[in-house]
Design a protein around this ligand. Structure first.
Ligand code: MOS
Length: 743
């Protein structure tokens, strides 16, 4: 954005209100299930009531006779799909598409009822009689056998890593900590349940879809049906949260398309809340052993982090919990290891900073335990082990403002007034505790593309096939394009969410601002340059013959810096050029910088908790954060991202846990009454700060990403605060009151 900085009208960074805000609050924003499609039929999943075994027979006679029912699909009559992924296809997503009668978790889709109305379809699901051959499910992670090591494949890095001499480092330590931390199964529970509206026109399929990745859905569904990707169009203008569960397709997309083809009508398939537990992923359970050794002055000599997590019987999905341990502190001797255990539960997947959320809970709890053992301030311990470069790769950071984060958040929180003694601070019946932790998340960038078109009236249209999952993508892309074009944001229209648009990555891994944002910046910059060149070459333009570098564009007007003259507007220029729009398309991807630097967002979380001494009730009264996420594109939406992350972290620390019946594998708390996410009453004051470090290396717009980092470190900061308040160290999330008062 260097080009426009001198023009004094920057929108980037400003707390611009969401450009889609009015649509959202007036109900004008259309979600997948809301697109009006004539003759739509409704499909409802039939799900298994056993966790392991086989469907021997399904009697759909009564269901088929029920009012409004058009079709009942079962493993015995469903059409074969040429490209349905095979079970245990490595780390590939394996949906259950009625291609075989096997049951691998309780709640697995085993059938589909299609009817005239949703109510008729859901009523008829109860009439489908299922006979099973039941096997004993594997549900006890602590007793189940571990996967063969060759099936344990992290998405990045190795199953086992070594740095330096861990055994020697541990022997040299003056103080050691060796503890096991556990995090439970969780489910994403976005407000909007997963929904698909499938529509065939000949052999062309359109899916209106609630997704974080329209291109992922297109390629996967095309492969499943054995049709070219061009035949599948995926549309998603708004997604009501995903948190990882909508990163790629599950079973319901292809099943909706299958049903639509079978009944010869458009089909809408909306999951029930209960069906959000199992069929669309969740967070794996982790058992993490962390061993750390340090000198008497707190310098780390050894770290070992071994994480065992569960996967399903369908896939070998690995929760990458050791990733923060590999890069966060300058420890010379280090070992990490992953193990997997297959259970009869739904497949785990990406959820809210996968790896960093679970991993920082273990690592940052262990660091706090080490600080206690050393009688050292927790911030001082972290500063004593500050990594000046990436300790794993040896590369320099593209930027790292973490020291400034500790200083800023610590100061705002009042950390220097902390009495290190546990149980020392009281407020009536409440024990008050202060804890902190470090936050981190990788800054990634994926290939992205965009189109920019200047319209004859001088407004711009910018398109990129990305997604709006609630982060503010419509808004920040509008701001980026506006600045690069020299237009006010209200004269730029940004459109997204359609595979007919230039291709973009999924809105996962906090990549959207850096990836799509760079493509939008580049396409708008090129369009501006194209228009300036048109003016310069046009004898009728007041800018005729000027040097490109002397032309300024402000408020849609091209002027010369030298004469301060009136110049002309984009609209005037275009009118003279024949009144046709001017359009540019670009594709952009990371360059060599990705190999030269280690790129991460960083931050810190300080939490205050109040614990009722008698009852063990825990309230998070105050959280102060400071993050270095590179350039902040919009002060308001970025703060909202971090606030949302902290709220997720409160959920992780105190509330969220998916309970599976140990005998039947049934999801016990599969609704929002029993699966607790934080509500307003659970959330105290959240004070969000950014450290504005310019990152000159990460990408042309200096953005590292603020999507997921907000949750990282929060679980540990709260657990550390609970320890400080009560003297009780809870290493098993969530921290429920029974774990406080049982000792
Ligand atoms: Mo995020 S868990 O990568 O959608």
């Amino acid at each position: 954005m260097r080009e426009t900085e001198a023009q004094g009208q920057e929108s980037v960074g400003e707390p611009l209100d969401r450009v889609d805000g009015r649509l959202k609050v007036t109900g004008g924003a259309k979600y997948a299930a809301e697109f009006p499609v004539p003759r739509v039929a409704h499909a409802v999943l039939v799900t298994s009531t056993i966790a392991s075994g086989r469907v021997v027979a399904m009697d759909a006679t009564a269901a088929e006779r029920a009012p409004g029912v058009l079709k009942v699909l079962t493993p015995f009559n469903a059409p074969r799909l040429p490209g349905a992924p095979a079970v245990r296809g490595g780390t590939m997503r394996v949906p259950t598409l009625l291609q075989d009668p096997m049951v691998r978790y309780n709640g697995q889709p085993i059938g589909l009822v299609v009817a005239e109305t949703f109510e008729q379809a859901i009523a008829a699901t109860d009439l489908v009689r299922v006979r099973y051959a039941t096997e004993r499910p594997v549900l006890d992670m602590d007793r189940a056998p571990r996967n063969p090591p060759e099936t344990v494949r992290p998405m990045r890095g190795e199953r086992v890593t070594h740095r330096g001499d861990y055994a020697r480092g541990l022997a040299d330590a003056a103080v050691r900590v060796d503890q096991t931390y556990t995090t439970p199964l969780e489910n994403h529970n976005p407000m909007e349940v997963h929904s698909t509206l499938a529509l065939w026109e000949g052999d062309a399929l359109t899916l209106y879809e609630s997704t974080q990745g329209i291109s992922n859905v297109r390629s996967s569904v095309a492969r499943t049906f054995g049709v070219p990707p061009e035949k599948v169009r995926v549309v998603s203008h708004f997604t009501g949260g995903g948190f990882g569960s909508k990163g790629g397709p599950w079973s319901h997309e292809a099943l909706a398309a299958m049903a639509a083809r079978e009944v010869g009508r458009p089909v809408k398939l909306v999951l029930t809340r209960r069906q959000m537990f199992g069929p669309v992923g969740g967070r794996a359970r982790t058992v993490q052993r962390v061993t750390m050794g340090a000198t008497a002055s707190g310098v780390l000599t050894a770290t070992r982090h071994a994480s065992t997590s569960n996967t399903s019987m369908l896939e070998d999905w690995l929760e990458p919990a050791v990733t923060p341990t590999l890069m966060l502190y300058a420890c010379p001797n280090l070992e990490t290891q992953y193990d997997l255990v297959r259970l009869n539960v739904g497949s785990p997947t990406f959820m809210r900073a996968p790896g960093e959320t679970t991993g920082t809970f273990a690592l940052e709890s262990a660091m706090d335990e080490l600080a206690v053992a050393l009688r050292m301030d927790p911030v001082a311990l972290r500063l004593a082990n500050y990594a000046e470069r990436d300790p794993e790769s040896g590369r320099p950071w593209s930027s790292k403002g973490l020291r400034a984060c500790y200083a800023l958040a610590g100061e705002r929180f009042g950390w220097s007034r902390r009495n290190p003694e546990p149980r020392a601070t009281r407020d009536g019946r409440w024990l008050v505790g202060w804890g902190m932790a470090t936050a981190t998340y990788p800054a990634r960038r994926n290939p992205a593309s965009a189109l920019a078109r200047l319209l004859p009236d001088g407004r711009a249209l910018v398109r990129a096939g990305t997604q709006e999952i609630g982060c503010g993508t419509y808004t920040v892309m509008t701001q980026i394009a506006a600045d690069a074009l020299g237009l006010p944001p209200d004269r730029v229209r940004f459109e997204l969410g359609d595979t007919t648009m230039p291709e973009n990555p999924a809105s996962t891994g906090s990549v959207t601002a850096a990836s799509t944002g760079t493509a939008v910046h580049e396409v708008a910059t090129q369009l501006r340059s194209r228009l300036v060149k048109l003016a310069i070459a046009d004898p009728a333009s007041p800018l005729h013959g000027a040097a490109e570098g002397d032309v300024r564009v402000t408020d849609g007007r091209l002027t010369l810096a030298s004469d301060g003259g009136s110049g002309e507007s984009y609209a005037t220029l275009l009118a003279r050029q024949g009144g046709q729009p001017v359009e540019v398309t670009v594709s952009s991807r990371a360059g060599a910088e990705a190999q030269q630097y280690s790129m991460h967002s960083f931050g810190t979380v300080f939490a205050e908790v109040r614990v009722d001494e008698e009852l063990g009730e825990i309230r998070v009264s105050r959280v102060v954060t400071a993050h270095d996420v590179g350039r902040v594109l919009n002060a308001k939406t970025a703060s909202s991202q971090i606030i949302g992350g902290v709220v997720w972290g409160i959920g992780q620390a105190l509330l969220e846990e998916t309970l599976v019946d140990p005998h039947t594998g049934r999801y016990v708390n599969a609704d929002l009454a029993e699966y607790h996410v934080p509500v307003n009453a659970d959330v105290g004051a959240i004070d969000v700060h950014f450290v504005h470090e310019a990152d000159a290396h990460v990408n042309p717009i200096g953005v590292k990403g603020a999507g997921e980092i907000g949750i990282t470190g929060v679980g540990a900061a709260i657990a550390n605060a609970v320890h400080h308040a009560t003297g009780v160290r809870v290493r098993d999330l969530p921290i429920t009151l029974d774990k406080i008062i049982r000792r």
